[in-house]
Design a protein around this ligand. Sequence first.
Ligand code: NAG
Ligand code: NAG
Length: 144
Amino acid sequence: MGSRVFLVAAVLAMAVAAAGADVAADRAECSDKLVALATCLTFVQGQGQAPTPDCCGGLKTVLQTSPKCLCVLVKDRDDPGLDLKLNVTRALGLPAACSAPANISDCPRLLNLPPNSKDAEVFEQFAKQQAAQSSPSELTSPTI
Ligand SMILES: *[C@@H]1O[C@H](CO)[C@@H](O)[C@H](O)[C@H]1NC(C)=O
Ligand SMILES: *[C@@H]1O[C@H](CO)[C@@H](O)[C@H](O)[C@H]1NC(C)=O
């Protein structure tokens, strides 16, 4: 599993040259950070009921130092060079699953994505879902 993430980090680093300035900088900043998320891959790829303590530890470090790196990982999930097959719900749900709060609706801003663009959509939709799920009124009042 570890070597897999080194591969991902390497591909991210190599892809830097080919990408635009913002994207290149994001990837360069995040390729080594994502190594800390090596132990999260099993969970975000759909296996296991919960992220491991190792994964959560790595995630907390990433969120504290470079919160945008989780956003970068999700945004680049369809990059043919990465072949990640992420479950977006699980990847963006990691902070909640690890009790390491992160504001997913900040991702488009952190990545300089235009609001309502196709790349921003996945984050906007997830944030909306999350808000609906965690809203107190949702829990206490039955739907009409
Ligand atoms: C992604 O994970 C969520 C939560 O575990 C699950 O409900 C969903 O079916 C998964 N989606 C895919 C495409 O596997
Ligand atoms: C999350 O980020 C969005 C967009 O930047 C902001 O409008 C919202 O207030 C933030 N929510 C929290 C809980 O920080």
